[in-house]
Design a protein. Structure first.
Length: 82
């Protein structure tokens, strides 16, 4: 799998998140440079757009990403029904 499409501007990949974990190089290799389909940040970006990515979301926070996506879609549905 190619490099992640978000790589250039990704806050995680570019070390712009607070409380970066020690083994960030391992996360970057796994999520950013290998199988980015499992990256929580990419999941949110694809489902809701890049602005919806929580600034403190790490690539391995899949459960949180799913919750963000559900909440974002629910909010969009609520807004469109009013």
């Amino acid at each position: 799998m190619p490099e992640c499409e978000l790589l250039k501007d990704c806050a995680f990949f570019n070390d712009k998140l607070d409380n970066m974990p020690g083994p960030t190089h391992l996360f970057k290799q796994l999520y950013c440079l290998s199988d980015n389909s499992i990256c929580a940040r990419l999941m949110v970006a694809k489902a809701l757009g890049r602005p919806a990515i929580p600034p403190d979301l790490f690539p391995n926070h899949e459960a949180r990403a799913k919750a963000v996506i559900i909440a974002g879609k629910r909010k969009a549905n609520d807004q469109s029904s009013h």
